[in-house]
Design a protein around this ligand. Structure first.
Ligand code: NAD
Ligand code: DAU
Length: 346
């Protein structure tokens, strides 16, 4: 049995990856390390309780002793590192938490994994480390890092620490950088689940600025396929971009969701733009296709409709989240900005 550590396995992508790996690799035992912040939710994995090949370990990556203890208990050979503070808007409100978990947390994990001589370490990063694009062009793996938000700066810092571990110590680390994921179980602070949840509740849909910012959308299952390929076949020291080859302005995504849900476009509210908002992301993922034999397979229209169905079927889960501490965040982020009447783009 190969012991594989997944950090952040109670989060959106991590939980989807846990399920993918359990079915795809019957000889892998998964050690799921997660702090269970506001974004982690074990109820998603409740059916795995007692599963012989999945064990959950609550630990904080920023506390080195807690990471050591997990490696002491399990003979970890492979690591997929996903745990992070992941939301740009929260990083603008409270940057220091992002440095603690994403930078210090990654360094602690690197140190312990190196001391324990793991065979392969996959660092899961983001296209946001490249900054922003104008009307043309795509990010390739050699695009210089130019992060613009506290979140992306903390991820870029962690990418550089991983790079340093490879160059200085020969540590077998691979880095992946992916575009915007969507799919089931995403925390409803991110664009797509937030818009679905608000529309289902007939509440205003806050679109930042003019809504013409472009993101490249990838289904979480396509990302997870890429992560498995990079973990098994990625070359140490290399970076691999993943993207959905599906660039869309935010407003198009929001309007499509309203159409699927049969809701009125008058629910849209144009609110003040996100500070430092990156205008456009686009990903060149030819390297992953050529070297890993990977490509995105899910169509956005089908994936989005299935995602809407998932949120429709899990309204209780969404309501539970939105009634708790989420309320304070929502009021801090949007309070006073969602006046009735909509209005023109800002
Ligand atoms: P998420 O916020 O849904 O989940 C993150 C998980 O990490 C949570 O379960 C949380 O409890 C855990 N965590 C946070 N701090 C921790 C700490 N100090 N110690 C242990 N666990 C901690 O995030 P996600 O959207 O699933 O993203 C996962 C990873 O993928 C992140 O590294 C993110 O930067 C990267 N990524 C995300 C996207 C996307 O579109 N969501 C795209 C590209 C890359
Ligand atoms: O590109 C990969 C990144 O994608 C990941 O690294 C991040 O972890 C993930 O959160 C995501 O970052 P974004 O900032 O692009 O995602 P978000 O869903 O927050 O926003 C998507 C776009 O929608 C962005 O242009 C901002 C806009 N937006 C978002 C929210 C929450 C709105 O217009 N209104 C909103 O209320």
């Amino acid at each position: 049995m190969t012991h594989v550590l997944i950090t952040g396995g109670a989060g959106f992508i991590g939980a989807n990856l846990v399920r993918r790996l359990l079915s795809a690799r019957p000889d892998w035992k998964l050690v799921n390390l997660d702090l269970l912040t506001y974004a982690g939710d074990l109820s998603w994995l409740a059916d795995l309780e007692g599963h012989p090949r999945h064990v959950f370990e609550r630990a904080d990556l920023a506390e080195r002793a807690q990471v050591d203890a997990v490696f002491e208990r399990h003979p970890i050979e492979l690591v997929a590192h996903l745990a992070a503070e992941s939301h740009v808007d929260r990083s603008i409100l409270e940057p220091a938490i992002f440095v603690r978990s994403n930078v210090l947390g990654t360094q602690n994990l690197l140190d312990v994994a190196r001391a324990r001589k793991v065979r392969r370490f996959l660092h899961v990063s983001t296209d946001e480390v490249y900054g922003t694009l104008g009307a043309t062009g795509k990010f390739s793996e050699s695009t210089p890092l130019a992060p613009n938000s506290p979140y992306s700066a903390s991820k870029a810092a962690s990418d550089l620490l991983v790079r340093a571990a490879f160059h200085t110590f020969g540590f077998p680390a691979v880095t992946s950088r992916c575009s915007n994921n969507y799919g089931p179980r995403q925390f409803p602070e991110k664009l797509i689940p937030l818009m679905i949840a608000n529309a289902l509740a007939d509440q205003p849909l806050p679109v930042y600025g003019d809504g013409q910012q472009v993101r490249d959308w990838i289904h979480v299952d396509d990302h997870c396929d890429g992560l498995l390929a990079a973990l098994e076949r990625g070359r140490p020291g290399e970076v691999y971009n993943f993207g959905g080859e599906c660039e869309l302005p935010n407003l198009t995504v929001v309007r499509t969701l309203l159409r699927i849900l049969g809701k009125d476009e008058r629910l849209i509210r144009y609110v003040a733009d996100r500070p430092g908002h990156d205008r456009r992301y686009a990903i060149d993922c030819e390297k992953a296709k050529a070297e890993l034999g990977w490509r995105p397979q899910r169509r956005f229209d089908e994936g989005l409709a299935a995602t809407v169905d998932w949120y429709r079927a899990h309204q209780e889960w969404v309501a539970r989240i939105r009634s708790g501490a989420y309320r304070d965040y929502y009021d801090r982020q949007y309070g006073g900005r969602l006046s009735p009447g909509g209005g023109a783009p800002r």
